[in-house]
Design a protein around this ligand. Structure first.
Ligand code: A2P
Length: 316
């Protein structure tokens, strides 16, 4: 299994299983099957509301002797209502309890967005906290302290722009190991990747297949499907592979980690098999030409009436 090297020299498995939008009963089986097939990296989050079942899959795989805990890489994420420094460690402890683990390998600040404590999804303007009211650096400082407690081996961020990364690193003096961001041929984010590389931050690509399973309310009407893209389809046909496999191989060839989500056993296996696919320089060049700067997950859900966040400020 290909690994990427984190700032402190730790080997980070470049391919993993995404679990956003995986229904609880399905995700238990998905995690169990994935580990059996050879996955060693599972990506979770408190807000996916399925950590308990993800943990059940991991626990059963370990109990069955398929793997040891040390063989696995488990990531989970801090929810936005727990950005106050005093809520950070309890939030990780809650996730660990649900996952049934003593530690995670990586804990990420899920969004550069803060909510009032115990607000899961904001419905009124008052339920948001602006970044002036709840700035990112104190949250990041509390995250960084978690590595001393042993509850997580690494800390990182998600959905962070280059300037927000600079802000927390300058203020706290600790560099995130990973920034998990949306990355696929329609949103290649070369400038952000270059800024991260200059600091030694590894990228994990989310929505690598275009996240087609998102609820209708999160989709644009004019949205084009990556899996139906003619350039990707042409490359896939030439290699005798699927479009999804080309997208996964492309993410790995760029030096990013990638976490395609599936709860289907055949697609779980096919996605892992994509780690063996090598694209040619011509394939990479053709895919480079597909960039549209188009997000599938544009964060518009943080910008409801009265919110202190706008889509522009989110990604700035
Ligand atoms: P399913 O779970 O039924 O397999 P992303 O990782 O970009 O968020 O995309 C996840 C979506 O892509 C899910 O709807 C998932 O459905 C689907 N998917 C996962 N693997 C494949 C594949 N190999 N081919 C086609 N669709 C896939």
């Amino acid at each position: 299994m290909k690994t990427l090297t984190l700032l402190d020299g730790t080997a980070f498995p470049a391919f993993g299983l995404g679990t956003w939008l995986s229904a609880p009963d399905a995700v238990y089986r998905a995690v169990r099957v994935a580990i059996e097939r050879g996955y060693r990296h599972i990506d979770a989050a408190w807000i996916y509301l399925n950590e308990e079942e993800v943990g059940r899959g991991i626990g059963e795989a370990i109990a069955a002797g398929d793997v040891t805990r040390e063989d696995l890489w488990v990531t989970t994420k801090l929810w936005n209502d727990c950005h106050a420094p005093e809520h950070v460690q309890p939030a990780l402890e809650r996730s660990l309890k649900l996952l049934g683990l003593d530690y995670v390998d990586l804990y990420l600040m899920h969004w550069p967005v803060a909510l009032q404590h115990k607000v899961v999804r904001p419905k009124t303007a008052e339920q948001y906290l602006s970044l002036d009211e709840c700035p990112l650096p104190p949250t990041w400082e509390a995250m960084a302290k978690l590595t001393e407690s042993g509850l997580t081996k690494q800390v990182g961020v998600s959905n962070f722009s280059a300037s927000k990364i600079a802000q927390i690193v300058d203020a706290v003096g600790v560099t995130p190991a990973v920034n998990q961001i949306e990355l696929h041929p329609y949103l290649q984010q070369d400038a952000l990747l270059a800024a991260m590389k200059a600091r030694g931050i590894v990228a994990t690509a989310y929505a690598p297949l275009g996240s087609g399973g998102r609820p209708a309310g999160m989709k644009r009407e004019d949205e084009t499907s990556l899996l139906d893209d003619p350039t990707i389809a042409g490359i896939a046909a030439r290699h005798g592979k699927s479009a999804a496999q080309v997208l996964i191989a492309w993410a790995l060839a760029r030096g990013t980690a990638v976490i395609p989500k599936s709860t289907n056993a055949d697609r779980i296996a096919a996605n892992l098999a994509a780690t063996e696919l090598e694209l040619s320089p011509g394939d990479m060049q053709a895919i480079a030409g597909l960039d549209e700067g188009a997000r599938y997950v544009d964060g518009g859900f943080w910008c409801t009436t009265g919110s202190p966040y706008t889509v522009d400020s989110l990604w700035a």
